[in-house]
Design a protein around this ligand. Sequence first.
Ligand code: NAD
Ligand code: UGA
Length: 479
Amino acid sequence: MVIKKVCCIGAGYVGGPTCSVMALKCPNIVVTVVDKSRDRIAQWNSDKLPIYEPGLDEVVKQCRGRNLFFSTDVNTAIKEADLIFISVNTPTKTSGNGRGRAADLKYVEGAARMIAEVATSSKIVVEKSTVPVKAAESILTILMANQKPGVTYQILSNPEFLAEGTAINDLVHADRVLIGGEDSPGGQAAIEELCWVYEHWICRRNIITMNTWSSELSKLAANAFLAQRISSINSLSAVCESTGADISEVARAVGLDSRIGPKFLQASVGFGGSCFQKDILNLVYICESLNLHEVATYWQQVIDMNDYQKSRFASRVIESLFNTVSGKQIAILGFAFKKDTGDTRESPAIHVAGKLLLEGAKLHVYDPKVEHEQIMEDLTHPSITEEPEEVRKNVVLYNDPYSATSDTHAIVLCTEWDEFVKLDYRRIYNSMMKPAYIFDGRKILDHEKLEKIGFTVQTIGKRLSRTVVPRAWASIVQV
Ligand code: NAD
Ligand code: UGA
């Protein structure tokens, strides 16, 4: 088989960028991205794409209508494709067995059933979504149970490692492409077909192949390791705040060991994003199902430490503001889970803002890319509040950082957007109530300069000169 047509089911943060880059790099392949959401597809076909991702607009403009198509006609795209990516969402289950931990595979199953129903020729079906180990087996079972005469299937695992905000670069210059398949002549041939697609732009030595289960587990493992580094550094940030050590200095010293390396050691208010928590919970669930309770407990700690970090940061804001934020005006700068994305899934800002609202604060929220409706939807979600109307009254959304911070008691910086580093903080200080506080949850600001302006500054993993030592551990520090 020579791959001429590719279909991707799911036009989200993964399906959209992945297929756009594939279309860019493989002009000889027609790539059709389909989704059941009419709105999403309409946005992909418009000038305002449904996701903000640096460099994506240019790639889409170059390929759309040439060999890249976005459509809701799922059946036709499946029927015509030689190779089908499943890039649908795999959220944490919210009910039933494994609720709150296991991955909900209903969308993957739905996609597999659609393929089974529609396909009239042989297909290579590729799991791009992040799934539990052995999910490929379930897909194959569904396909084989509905197999039509003359139609054969090969299932491959090809997990995606892109990070939001850097997706285009991650896709064009991938550290590695991982392909898992069956150890049979058919499986190996399918692996070769997919390798051929990637070889249009990724050199062969960076395309690694393995068995399907290793590939599925490697994806969960990679996310778990990345998140573990953040939780490790964040755990030590608490020690720094209590002792006078500086977490940036510790991270530098540790990261210069070439065996450890410097990446993913940035202490923060906590990690967010749609995947770290979901994928580790999924790993924990798999371990528990396998009776590997010690392993499950080990990985659960990564999540627990992240929850602790988010709560600890929010509590510090409240404690510093004389232990009450009731009726106080607080500016939240940044709502996305990281810079250069408009995505708020599991954003630490939601947790911090939710806790401040619960304590009666009035929030002024500004983010350069997140839609206002999204912020309100996140803050009025039942997991955050039982009183959505109160939240609506106590949250004002702004289009610029200067109006957002004016007349506030404190600024809480939750996302590391570059523009926050360059703001005119003297102007902001002059417009705020005094004492004016800044809580830098990302360690990106010039704290010395801010203190000189007059701000009381607090950050993660460093005790600044004016930081008040809470009474509970003042005695330990003196010793
Ligand atoms: P998403 O929610 O942004 O997109 C998924 C899309 O699939 C939605 O638009 C939904 O409407 C569509 N969909 C679901 N069922 C469908 C069906 N039966 N037919 C047609 N469309 C259907 O999700 P995402 O962030 O793109 O993540 C997708 C998968 O990739 C997840 O498993 C995730 O863990 C994994 N992943 C995500 C990232 C990331 O940065 N977001 C990175 C690597 C891997
Ligand atoms: C992450 C992984 O980096 C990708 O490889 C993976 O494909 C993806 O999850 C996925 O499976 O969805 P993403 O969540 O988009 O990508 O973004 P990251 O850059 O990993 O950041 C995740 C969170 O960790 C953000 O909130 C970020 O601010 C935080 N972070 C990151 C830190 O707090 N400190 C760091 O040093 C790095």
